[in-house]
Write a protein that binds this ligand. Structure first.
Ligand code: GLA
Length: 407
């Protein structure tokens, strides 16, 4: 489903649920990170792109007398995550009601309602009140697959609230408000990459983001001879985010011992000199981050120059470092990267790595466009053979960021 079809579908679902057409339609994309993993919360560089998978929200002013915001979802995963006790009595087929007379607070951990509720809290905190409305959410971003389904939901909510209130936020402020929702409502101490790319993505461009200055730089990627192939391993080993928070803390420890505000300010030489003072695991975490920041800047230059073999090698190096030093890969991600690497340049694979936070989720591969079919077949078959699991695969061009659509 392209964005246009998805928007039409969501509008139809809204009409089915609420008995009238929506007045607003807001969409925000998921993302894949080409390179620059676990660098954003170290003030480093990231190089993501928005993908042609979106979360769309259709909405209209509420017809009810009470000041309630009604949220429904027709995305199976979003409904399944909703504990029964959260379901509001006045919504017969599921969904939730947020009562604007009550102070907002987080839903139980793990509920998807935390994403829209956290963004709403951010708008209310800055004095921007959308008033009561009815909404229906539909998403084609795979849930929990490392493609930022949560950022897509946050940014789609923020885009909808901008449309309802007529108050457009500055894009950086909007991304930060959504990040805060994730920290305070979803309890995930994420960096800023996912929300930034969902807000600022541009068709046919990667986004080189300096997470220290927050300065975004668009990197054109229009060479039709290469494609980005995303493979979902369909496994998720860690749901709580504990491993993520632990990595973050280890990076902070390393920076403290090195005497720098963040690992962005550290060099490989300084790290070697400080090695005796660092716990071995903390040393390896820092080695990943410092190397990855450098790789990301080189990869962006490689994309600009259409130097694909260099970009591919940097992607493999990134994966090795994430597997060995950062320890956020898993057997299934390693299997896909290994299969891709064995297909090699002869079979059209230029580079491959895990993408996103890790512990499952997706890989991103840079491949020759003409070989997409044969590569997909080979990866799917070999992955099934090695793990017994069906992978899901798709190609995406770099897509545009969040947008308001005509209902
Ligand atoms: C998750 C976080 C991002 C980033 C990546 C790892 O996706 O939400 O902020 O830290 O992991 O690069």
């Amino acid at each position: 489903m392209n964005l246009h079809e998805l928007a039409r579908h969501t509008a139809q679902e809204f009409a089915k649920a609420y008995g009238r057409p929506p007045r607003w339609l807001a969409a925000a994309p998921g993302r894949v990170n080409v390179i620059g993993e676990h660098t954003d919360y170290n003030d480093g560089f990231v190089l993501p792109m928005a993908i042609e998978r979106y979360t769309v929200i259709a909405a209209d002013r509420s017809a009810a007398a009470a000041p309630l915001i009604h949220l429904r979802s027709t995305s199976p995963g979003l409904d399944a995550k909703l504990p029964a006790r959260e379901k509001s009595g006045d919504l017969d087929s599921g969904g939730v009601a947020i009562d604007l007379r009550q102070p907002l607070k987080p839903w139980p951990k793990g509920s998807w309602v935390n994403y829209p509720a956290g963004v709403l809290a951010g708008f209310l905190a800055r004095g921007t009140d959308p008033g009561p409305f009815d909404a229906l959410i539909h998403s084609t971003v795979p849930l929990g697959g490392g493609l930022s389904s949560s950022a897509a939901l946050e940014v789609a909510t923020a885009t909808l609230l901008e449309a309802i209130t007529g108050q457009k936020l500055d894009p950086v402020e909007k991304a930060l408000l959504c990040q805060k929702a994730e920290h305070e409502y979803a309890g995930m101490p994420c960096g800023i990459m996912d929300q930034f790319i969902s807000v600022l993505g541009q068709a046919d461009h990667l986004l080189l983001l300096d997470c220290r200055s927050r300065k975004p730089e668009l990197v054109p990627m229009t060479d039709p001879s290469v494609a980005i192939l995303i493979t979902n391993t369909n496994v998720k080993h860690e749901l709580t985010g504990g491993g993520y928070a632990q990595r973050r803390a280890q990076c902070e420890t390393a920076a403290k011992i090195l005497g720098v505000p963040s690992l962005r300010n550290a060099t490989a030489d300084a790290l070697e000199r400080a090695k005796p003072k660092l716990e071995e695991v903390v040393y390896r975490r820092a080695r990943h981050v410092i190397g990855e920041i450098e790789r990301t800047v080189h990869a962006a230059a490689g994309v600009r120059a259409a130097n694909w073999p260099t970009v591919g090698q940097l992607m493999y190096a990134s994966h090795r470092s994430l597997r060995e030093d950062y320890e956020v890969s898993c057997a299934e991600l390693d299997a896909v990267v290994d299969i891709a690497q064995s297909i090699g340049p002869g079979g059209g694979v230029i580079g491959c790595r895990m993408t996103g936070g890790g512990f499952g989720g997706c890989t991103v591969a840079l491949v020759e466009t003409t070989a997409v079919e044969s590569i997909s077949r080979k990866i799917a078959a070999d992955y099934k053979g090695r793990t017994g699991i069906e992978a899901t695969m798709f190609v995406s061009r770099p897509a545009g960021g969040a947008t308001v659509l005509k209902p």
